[in-house]
Design a protein around this ligand. Structure first.
Ligand code: MG
Length: 223
């Protein structure tokens, strides 16, 4: 029996292109100005000083912005980058310039699962703060009341078995009662090794080669 559904975002609840063609460019275009304007804000100061410490030298504001921009281009999953992107996106979502993309059937399904007594959570390499923004300001309205847990790379990376073991521990739900949904085979491999049930999403409508159960959308899912 499924008691908990753990959801990936990109390629699962939301389109990959929304993140790569909308959110990433949005943060990249605003990076320099944002750092300049907010350099006195404690949260931003902390990110910048940690970045300098990590790089082993004091970085100018422009150099820090350029480094973050190059990481955005590489799609580097770096905690400090994710934190600063989260802050930039926050402004965009709150101003209504950004709306979180979700696939058309997702909101209804999340509601139906919640009503059936299944708890829902997100596991994404995007920071917990960014996850909450996407679902709070989604195209289908505020979905955050439906989500009881959020995990990011603080529990570990998504292709590592230990990350899923950490999530199981934190949830306090037996692994075999948790269903993990993702579009990435290696993430599902890791989750399965930790004892979770898994299903792979093929959002582009073309099922690829996989050893996992799969679906093209949430309506096709057996939970
Ligand atoms: Mg994904």
């Amino acid at each position: 029996m499924t008691k908990f559904i753990l959801l990936d975002i990109e390629g699962t609840t939301s389109s990959i292109s929304f993140v790569h063609e909308k959110l990433f460019p949005y943060s990249s275009e605003r990076m320099k100005d944002f750092i300049k304007k907010n350099k006195e804000v404690p949260e931003v100061q902390k990110i910048l000083s940690e970045l300098s410490a990590e790089q082993g030298c004091g970085l100018s504001l422009a150099a820090a912005a350029e480094l973050f921009q190059s990481w955005i281009k590489e799609d580097k999953k770096h905690g400090l980058l994710k934190q600063i992107q989260g802050l930039i996106w926050k402004g965009g979502f709150e101003e209504g310039v950004l709306k979180g993309h979700i696939y058309p059937e997702v909101a209804e399904k999340l509601k139906a699962w919640t009503e059936a007594g299944i708890k829902l959570g997100i596991y994404s390499s995007g920071s917990v703060e960014a996850q909450k923004l996407l679902f709070k300001y989604s195209e289908a309205g505020d979905l955050t009341p439906l989500l009881s847990s959020h995990f990011d790379t603080k529990v570990g990376h998504k292709k590592e078995v230990e990350s899923y073991q950490n999530i199981v521990k934190e949830l306090g739900i037996p692994a075999e009662e948790i269903l993990f949904l993702s579009d990435i085979t290696e993430e599902l491999d890791a989750a399965k090794k930790a004892g979770l049930k898994v299903t792979q999403l093929f959002r582009d409508g073309v099922p690829g080669k996989t050893s996992h159960p799969y679906a093209q959308n949430f309506d096709e899912l057996e939970v």
